[in-house]
Design a binder for this molecule. Sequence first.
Ligand code: MF3
Ligand code: CO
Length: 285
Amino acid sequence: MLKKRIKNWHVPHGQELTDLDKRILDFQNRGELVPTRRLIKTPEQIEGIRRSGVVNTGVLDLLEKEIHAGMSTAEIDRLVYDYTTGHGAIPAPLNYEGFPKSVCTSINEVVCHGIPSEDEILEEGDIINIDVSTILDGYFSDASRMFIIGKTSPRKEKLVKVAKECLDVGASAARPWGFVGDIGKAIAQHAHKHGFSVVRDLCGHGVGLEFHEDPEVDHYNTHRKGMLLVPGMVFTIEPMINMGDWQVFIDEEDGWTVVTEDELPSAQWEHTFLMTENGLEILSH
Ligand code: MF3
Ligand code: CO
């Protein structure tokens, strides 16, 4: 069967080719997956996403100061809502595909998309991911951090540390005019070296004009190149690293909460990045 190639890059008929067109068409003509124009942000769009990212990082900095044992995840949700709206922005998760709260709070064996609740109280030894996403003037940003409540076990502490290292090695592997596939390959190698596994069912993503755009950024080794990385692209890297096996399931009760199959802990860190001529720049952390 004749394989259908995805031809994302179009130059309107009769229009002269720029250097950027030529460079991208060269990859496309060799059969590589290239971005659409919409995925390469203009300087004005980058400034908008950057400002959104400053508010988003501000939320996480606030939570870092306020988080403590005995606090409910609903209190975290209120802090996120108040800070975000107080800065003229909107929490992106709120009502996103029916998500009921302003932030995702994911404790221990919860991998991601945990829903804040009055009944869920942070306890000494918990590890929690707080995933914050912001819309400012129509521009989206997205980042998450792990927080350790008091003192936890050496093994959970190591999981949190290695998950952050996975984000960092993934980011270092992303090169302008390289490929998305380089990222997951580097992350998986680092996670496996420490005896941990990488969740496969969720990925990083383009972000900026929408909450979730192309490309999909897998955090494991798919053995595929994935999309070409062109300066001006904005995307997240957000590896979810498991202490045990990589398999996960979605809680049927709420339709959101992602939990490890073996109920062992999971950790995740996420930044929003801009690809530049010299590699990645952080827009929100
Ligand atoms: N913030 C998540 C991400 O990193 C998406 C959460 S969707 C929500 O992509 F609806 F659960 F908020
Ligand atoms: Co994200």
